[in-house]
Design a protein around this ligand. Structure first.
Ligand SMILES: [Zn+2]
Length: 487
C-alpha cells in the first residue's frame, strides 16, 4: 500500500483562513498529512491517483454531537418529541442496553459517518451505565478507520456520581494511552440549574483529567439560563466547553458563552422536530459565538452533515423572514450564506474540538479529505457555486472518496473494509434483545406515539360540497381530510 495519494483536477474548497478556492487543482496527501495543493502537482513515484475532475474536494466534515449508541434503533423515534425520547431512554428502557448493544450502535454509526464524508464524529455517549459499556463504545470506534471523540456520559447516574467512580478513572488511564490523535475524550453531562450546583464535582473531575466538557444547554423544559450562569459564575466556562443546542437561552447566556470563548453545537434537524427551541444560529450570529454542526441521534435523523447544512440554512433564513414579516418588512438580502454552513461543518467543528489541524486543506494539516463527485448524476453539473452546491445540491450518495488520516476509507462511492453483514448481525441481535425484553406491544407502542388529542381538520366554508369531516376522517383513518369532490 502506497502512502501517497493525489486527487487530480477538482474544485478545491481549502477552507483556509481566506476560504481560498482552487479550480482544476490537485491535492497531494503524503502519509497522514496534506503535502501540497495546486495545479498539476509533481507527485512521488507510486502515488495513487484519483480523478477529481468535475468534483469538489473539501475537508472531511466534523459532527460535534451524536449519540452513536442509539443508531441501532435507526428511525425508531421518527415521530417522537423530546419528552417521549426522555421517557424512553432516560426513564424506561435505557437500562436495557448491554455493552454489546452500545457496540452495535457505535459500529453502525461510525461507518455511517464515514460513508457520508464525516471524518470526525463526537460520540456523545450517555448510555455508559458501566465501564464495560464504555469499553464496548471505544472498541467499536477503534474498529473503524474514522476519527472520533468519546464524550463519556451516563444518564443512569448523577454526573457527580459516575465521575467519582474509581473504575471510570481507571478507564481513562487505560483507554487514553496509545490512541494517537484518532481518538479524543470529553466528559458529557447536563447542568440542571439546581442552585446547589451538584455538577461542580463533575467539572472538577474534567479539570483534573484534562478533558473538555460538552453539555446540552438551552433545552426547553430541561436546561436553561440558570445552568449557563452557574457554569460561568463558578469558573467552569472554559473555552473548550461545547454547549449543545443552546436554543432556549437569553442574551445573558449567549454573552457569557461568547465572553468565555465556548462554542455552540447546533443540531437544527433535532431542534426543529424534538422541541429544544428554535435552531439558534439566527441569534448566535449576533454574539459572534463559534458554531459547529451536529446530527444528534439516528433514532430520528441520520448522521449526515449535508442535512445539517441544509436544515440550518433553512431554519436561519426562515426565522429571518418571519421576524421581518412580523414588522411588516421584507428581507432583501440574506445574512446566512452557504459558505458559512460549509465553514461550520468543517472549520467550525475543528475549532470546537481545539483541532486546528483538521477541517482545512492546507499543507501540514491532517489528511482528512473528501471528494464529492458523481458523474452519473444530473445534479453534478453545472458546478457554478461550489458552496451552494455542497449545501443545497449534493448528498451523501455523491461522496465519491473519503480519506481519513491519509487512508482511503471510501473509494469510488463504496466503503473500504465495511463488513455490512457482520454489522447487520450485531444490530439485529440488539433489536431482538430490546424487543424481547420490552415485549412486542411496548416495542410497537414506542415507535407509534399517540396523536395529540383534538387533532382534526377544520371544516372549510369554501368547500361547497357534502364534505363531512368526521365521516371522512373515520373512513381514511388519518388526520387528513379529503379535498372537495366538486360534485
Ligand atoms: Zn443530544
Amino acid at each position: 500500500m502506497t502512502d501517497s495519494i493525489v486527487l487530480r483536477g477538482g474544485t478545491v474548497l481549502t477552507m483556509d483562513d481566506s476560504h481560498t478556492i482552487h479550480q482544476a487543482a490537485d491535492v497531494l496527501v503524503v502519509g497522514d498529512k496534506i503535502e501540497a495543493v495546486g495545479p498539476s502537482l509533481e507527485v512521488p513515484d507510486g502515488t495513487q491517483e484519483v480523478d477529481a475532475s468535475g468534483g469538489i474536494v473539501m475537508p472531511g466534515m466534523i459532527d460535534t454531537h451524536r449519540h452513536m449508541w442509539q443508531t441501532a434503533m435507526r428511525a425508531y423515534g421518527a415521530d417522537w418529541t423530546l419528552t417521549q425520547y426522555f421517557v424512553w431512554y432516560y426513564l424506561e428502557h435505557g437500562k436495557a442496553f448491554r455493552p454489546e448493544d452500545i457496540h452495535a450502535g457505535n459500529l453502525l454509526a461510525a461507518w455511517e459517518s464515514l460513508e457520508a464524508g464525516v471524518t470526525t464524529t463526537v460520540d456523545w455517549s450517555h448510555g455508559l451505565q458501566t465501564v464495560d459499556h464504555a469499553d464496548a463504545a471505544v472498541d467499536a470506534l477503534q474498529a473503524t478507520p474514522g476519527r472520533f471523540v468519546l464524550a463519556y456520559g451516563n444518564i443512569q447516574a448523577g454526573p457527580w456520581e459516575w465521575t467519582a467512580d474509581p473504575e471510570v478513572r481507571k478507564f481513562f488511564e487505560r483507554r487514553r494511552t496509545g490512541t494517537g490523535d484518532m481518538l479524543g475524550f470529553q466528559l458529557a453531562f447536563d447542568v440542571t440549574g439546581d442552585p446547589s450546583f451538584p455538577e461542580r464535582a463533575a467539572f472538577e473531575a474534567a479539570r483534573e483529567l484534562g478533558l473538555p466538557v460538552t453539555t446540552h444547554a438551552g433545552v426547553w423544559g430541561a436546561t436553561n439560563d440558570d445552568g449557563i450562569r452557574l457554569i460561568h459564575e463558578n469558573g467552569f466556562a472554559a473555552p473548550e466547553n461545547i454547549y449543545v443546542h443552546s436554543a432556549t437561552l437569553t442574551t445573558d447566556s449567549y454573552q457569557r458563552i461568547a465572553a468565555s470563548g465556548g462554542s455552540i453545537s447546533v443540531s437544527t434537524e433535532s431542534e426543529q422536530s424534538a422541541g429544544q427551541g428554535y435552531p439558534p444560529t439566527w441569534q448566535v450570529r449576533q454574539y459572534a459565538i463559534p458554531v459547529s454542526l451536529s446530527q444528534d441521534t439516528s433514532v430520528w435523523w441520520s448522521g449526515d452533515l449535508f442535512s445539517a447544512m441544509r436544515s440550518t440554512l433553512g431554519a436561519d433564513r426562515s426565522r429571518e423572514h418571519l421576524e421581518a414579516h412580523v414588522k411588516g418588512d421584507t428581507v432583501t438580502a440574506l445574512s446566512l450564506r452557504a459558505e458559512q454552513v460549509v465553514h461550520w461543518a468543517t472549520r467550525g467543528g475543528a475549532h470546537a474540538l481545539g483541532r486546528d489541524d483538521l477541517g482545512r486543506i492546507t499543507p501540514g494539516a491532517k489528511a482528512d479529505v473528501i471528494l464529492i463527485k458523481n458523474d452519473a448524476s444530473p445534479v453534478s453539473f453545472p458546478l457554478l457555486n461550489p458552496y451552494g452546491h455542497v449545501a443545497f445540491q449534493a448528498q451523501r450518495g455523491d461522496v465519491h472518496t473519503v480519506i481519513v488520516d491519509g487512508r482511503v476509507v471510501k473509494a469510488d462511492g463504496k466503503l473500504v473494509g465495511f463488513d455490512a453483514a457482520a454489522v447487520r448481525r450485531s444490530v439485529d441481535a440488539t433489536i431482538a434483545h430490546l424487543r424481547f425484553s420490552m415485549g412486542e406491544e411496548t416495542w410497537q407502542a414506542g415507535m407509534h406515539p399517540e396523536m395529540p388529542a383534538g387533532s382534526k381538520v377544520l371544516d372549510n366554508p369554501y368547500q361547497y360540497t357534502d364534505f363531512q369531516s368526521e365521516k371522512t376522517h373515520g373512513a381514511r383513518g388519518s388526520m387528513f381530510g379529503e379535498p372537495g369532490s366538486g360534485s
